[in-house]
Design a protein around this ligand. Structure first.
Ligand code: SAJ
Length: 434
């Protein structure tokens, strides 16, 4: 199949880089978003999200004249749905006495409904949003067939998940392997013809439900592996072992690669996607459920470590270093560092937080200060929450000169291997019993 014009619905972390990349590769692209502020920002050539290289990619796309933005879809050869699929904050399912989260598919539903009046014979529709298994078949087909056209017969329909790592989206979009699952083999082949326009990685064709499951398996696999690392850290503390040393040694085994313990799993992918399995089949997802629980409760373990370090929280001033959900990004969504700060405050501590990648961070219930100095200057204790390269690079001497605090809590193993004692500090490390 050949393509001249496409519509990308949803101009967020995935839709915008995807739309820009198609435009710079010669397609006419209409980017669609329901948020008028997003459209106004993009029309000015500015971006509403932070991703290295995205501003340049958007500028290049706008310069070609190939990329325009619009409130609603227009007629096109292909439609790509890249809208968010979060979970409901206030609705839960229950199985065997345990609550689980439910996927909020309203954005996918309304994007599909918006396509219906524009859908023509021979078009391709691709869903990219991470979705529960069978979404393409059970949710999308009935909506799109309201057009009077039949999926897999009159129009092609496929599921192709994004698998890019925030911080490296523009590169991974092009270089990563891409899976495309069609409701028919011809739909998958049409999807391949579209993405082959810019994808340099391998393109693997399969059916739609397999492609949905592949995406969920990848992130669930990572979630479970992080959970076991966190559980090892808890066990190491109990047994008086340095978890980091033990993990390093165990990982010398040729078939063992243990991930890093920390504050649990943040971001909008890995902490969300495993729930889609639990919701779809709670009776079969006991391990997945348990891993989610371990990772979600990890901030409480960090809290207990700080309690061990400083004793009474009331009246204590804490400098919290890092707010992002992982190192060297500015993304604060679902950040476990923020959860730790809320827990510390609930216990009565006064917390000043500094995020080097977002010095002007504005989060409800968090006092963020614009400089490291401001966070440190009157602190009683310093807690490292994110192993951003620049925070890990702090030397004991430099820190000693910046703060009266002499108690350090390292929750991410960012300050290992330095002579903190020599500079007068007492250091408490997650996964290491004092
Ligand atoms: N984390 C640990 N220990 C580790 C590794 C990560 O605690 O050893 C934590 C991080 O600090 C962070 C969270 O896990 O809070 C997730 O970070 P990440 O870098 O593992 O993943 P994301 O959420 O940035 O991106 C993931 C990627 N999936 C996989 O690596 C399997 C990415 O390829 C997906 O495209 C993305 O989810 C997504 O959008 O689904």
């Amino acid at each position: 199949m050949t393509f001249t014009k496409i519509c990308v619905l949803g101009l967020g972390y995935i839709g915008l880089p995807t739309a820009s990349t198609f435009a710079t590769h010669g397609l006419q692209v209409v980017g669609v978003d329901v948020n008028p502020r997003v459209l106004a920002t993009l029309r000015k050539g500015e971006i509403h999200i932070h991703e290295p290289g995205l501003r340049e990619a958007l500028e290049a796309a706008l310069k070609t004249g190939n990329l325009t933005v619009n409130e609603t879809p227009v007629e096109a050869d292909a439609f790509i749905i890249a809208v968010p699929t979060p979970f409901y904050e206030d609705k839960f399912g229950e199985y065997d006495g345990q609550k689980y989260k439910l996927a909020d598919m309203r954005a996918v539903t309304s994007a599909a409904e918006a396509i219906v009046p524009m859908l023509r014979k021979g078009n391709l529709v691709v869903l990219e949003s991470t979705s529960p298994p069978r979404t393409t078949i059970d949710l999308l087909i009935p909506i799109l067939e309201k057009s009077g056209l039949k999926a897999g017969v009159d129009f092609h329909l496929a599921y192709s998940p994004e698998r890019v790592l925030p911080g490296q989206i523009l590169r991974e979009l092009i270089e990563n392997a891409r899976v495309i699952g069609g409701v028919t083999p011809a739909s998958a082949a049409a999807g391949r013809d579209l993405y082959a326009i810019f994808v340099k990685g391998q393109i693997v064709l399969t059916d739609a439900t397999t492609a949905e499951m592949v995406k969920l398996m990848e992130n669930t696999y990572r979630d479970i592996n992080i959970a076991i690392a966190n559980e090892f850290a808890r066990l190491a503390e109990r047994f008086g072992v340095d978890a980091w040393e033990a993990i390093k040694i165990a990982s010398l085994h040729p078939r063992v690669k243990i991930l890093n313990p920390g504050l649990g799993v943040g971001g909008h992918c890995i902490s969300v996607d495993p729930w889609f399995f639990v919701e779809a089949a709670p009776d079969l997802s006991t391990l997945i459920y348990a891993a989610r629980r371990v990772n979600d409760s990890q901030p409480h373990f960090a809290l207990e470590l700080v309690r061990k370090a400083i004793g009474e929280f009331h009246g204590k001033k804490i400098a919290a270093l890092g707010l992002a959900f992982k190192p060297d990004v500015d993304d604060l969504r679902e950040s476990p560092a923020v959860k730790v700060i809320h827990l510390l405050q609930d216990e009565g501590a006064t917390v000043k937080a500094f995020e080097p990648f977002k010095p002007d961070a504005d989060l409800p219930g968090v006092t963020a200060v614009p400089t490291l100095e401001a966070a440190l200057k009157d602190a009683d204790a310093v807690v490292l929450l994110v192993n951003h390269t620049e925070l890990c690079a702090l030397t004991p001497e430099r820190l000693a000169a910046m703060t009266p605090a002499r108690i350090l809590v390292d929750t991410v193993n960012g300050w290992a291997g330095k002579d903190w004692q020599g500079a007068g500090f007492k250091i408490f490390r997650l996964g290491v019993r004092k």
